[in-house]
Design a protein around this ligand. Structure first.
Ligand code: PMP
Length: 452
């Protein structure tokens, strides 16, 4: 049936047909997933960077059940509301205020892509209201991921996505990403951060500051390969945005809800964005819901000027999804999972991964909170890749990890990890030792492949 009727997202349909269908995941509990053959694996990716509180939480099932019986759906258009999204907005505002008390309001959507589409429209609407309609350009980074709709894929910087369908749409400019291992190997972190942050200012000046609406970036790039910028990068980006009066947008779809040991990733970097987007960990993936956090100064202008913001979705503020997201946040709070990531599991994870630094295949190990990456290189001490090109070693090591009982992802030649925030210290040790075994098994295989 999978091959006969199902077109999965971001997939090669030839491969799907050759394989005769996908591997089915049929159940899960805690940090472990089980496939249709009964094989249980540690989930090193929290589903798709989202199951922050782990699997099998009855509280979320009950929240959905109760809300569905009470009021499964009603819209929030036309001067009506329902209680769950309003309560959720207040709860999110409380968490946003920790880093930026100006982030007071929330606009709901269903996915990360839609949240970034909302940014696209809201930012341009804001500048129109402000009487600066020329400000239409978004500056983003190469290799950023902001979603897969027309606007969000355009904001993203994945060239393989742009090549399909003539993206990006006009009005999006892409500058350098803060990927030091790949693009600043011999520089100090500070010099590298300054150089890439300056590409933003150069682009602003090239297109004219009066035409620039906003800068958007993920605090830590996820799908781009867990790219953790030097600590000096974001404050420099913020200063450039302030210098030219440009809105600063943080895409918190992966970094939000505790991933970096803070409620939002920008709070770790100590910056104050004007807008943020969030999804994934907001409901731990139990139901689809996303949001845009909006600063008071933007809301004040919309209130002052009046007129309808002609944007929104049938399911904006879906009551059942909102009730589940609230139950999810209550678990993050009551189990102290954000603080635990910062002070216990995050440092433990970093330390456990360090064990792999000495492995002959490992060029770099990096992590922040409970997200990390291992770069595989052909020559220790360099950033050279097997076969002279990117993307040979990563999938081989990933497949060996999966065979060994750990679900992880390969992005080019890095193995990326993003486990549930509920992961125990014993499970972190297990995760690292499965990767270590996979690297050991891959080593002779990769060296035999390498013709260089
Ligand atoms: N932004 C970021 C940073 C993401 O990682 C993703 C999804 N991986 C998205 C946006 C898009 O979210 P969705 O797939 O829910 O549309």
């Amino acid at each position: 049936m999978d091959v006969a009727h199902h077109l999965p997202p971001q997939s090669d349909y030839k491969v799907q047909h050759e394989l005769g269908g996908a591997r089915f995941i049929v159940s899960a509990e805690g940090c472990r997933i089980t496939d249709g053959e009964g094989v249980t694996m540690l989930d090193g990716m929290a589903g798709l960077w989202c199951v922050n509180i782990g699997y099998g939480r009855k509280e979320l099932a009950e929240a959905a059940y109760d809300q569905m019986l009470e009021l499964p759906f009603y819209n929030t258009f036309f001067k009506t509301a329902t209680p769950p999204p309003v309560r959720l907005a207040a709860k999110i505002a409380e968490k946003m205020a920790i880093g930026n008390p100006d982030l007071t309001h929330v606009f709901f959507n269903n996915s990360g892509s839609e949240a970034n589409d909302t940014i696209f429209r809201l930012v341009r609407y804001y500048w129109d209201l402000k009487g600066e309609s020329k400000r239409k350009i978004f500056i983003s980074r190469k290799n950023a991921y902001h979603g897969s709709t027309v606007a969000s894929a355009s904001l993203g910087g994945m060239t393989f996505m742009h090549e399909q369908g003539g993206l990006p749409i006009p009005g999006v400019e892409h500058v350098d990403q803060p990927y030091q291992f790949g693009e600043g190997f011999d520089e100090t972190p500070e010099a590298f951060a300054t150089r890439v942050a300056n590409t933003i200012e150069e682009r602003i000046l090239a297109v004219g500051p009066e035409n620039v609406a906003a800068f958007i970036g993920e605090p830590v790039q996820g799908a781009g390969g867990v790219i953790i910028p030097p600590n000096t990068y974001w404050p420099q980006v913020e200063a450039i945005c302030r210098k030219y009066g440009i809105l600063l947008v943080c895409d918190e779809v992966i970094c939000g809800f505790g991933r970096l040991g803070h409620w939002f990733g920008h709070q770790y970097f100590g910056i104050k964005p004007d807008l943020i987007t969030m999804a994934k960990g907001m409901s731990s993936g139990y139901l689809p819901i996303s949001a845009v956090g909006v600063s008071r100064h933007i809301v004040d202008l919309m209130v002052e000027k009046g007129g309808e913001f002609a944007h929104g979705f049938t399911y904006s503020g879906h009551p059942t999804c909102a009730a589940v997201a609230l139950a999810n946040i209550e678990i993050l709070e009551s189990e102290g999972l954000v603080g635990r990531t910062k002070t216990v599991t995050g440092p433990y994870f970093a330390n456990a991964l360090k064990r792999l630094s000495d492995h002959p295949l490992v060029g770099e190990v990096r992590s922040l909170g409970l997200i990390g990456a291992i770069e595989i290189v052909s020559r220790k001490g360099t950033n050279q890749r097997f076969g002279g090109a990117e993307g040979t070693a990563g999938p081989i090591v990933r497949d060996l990890c999966i065979e060994g009982g750990l679900m992880v992802r390969a992005i080019r030649d890095s193995i990326v990890m993003c486990p549930p925030l509920t992961i125990s210290e014993a499970e972190i040790d297990e995760l690292v030792s499965i990767i270590e075994k996979a690297l050991n098994a891959a080593d002779p295989l990769l060296r035999s492949l390498d013709v260089v």
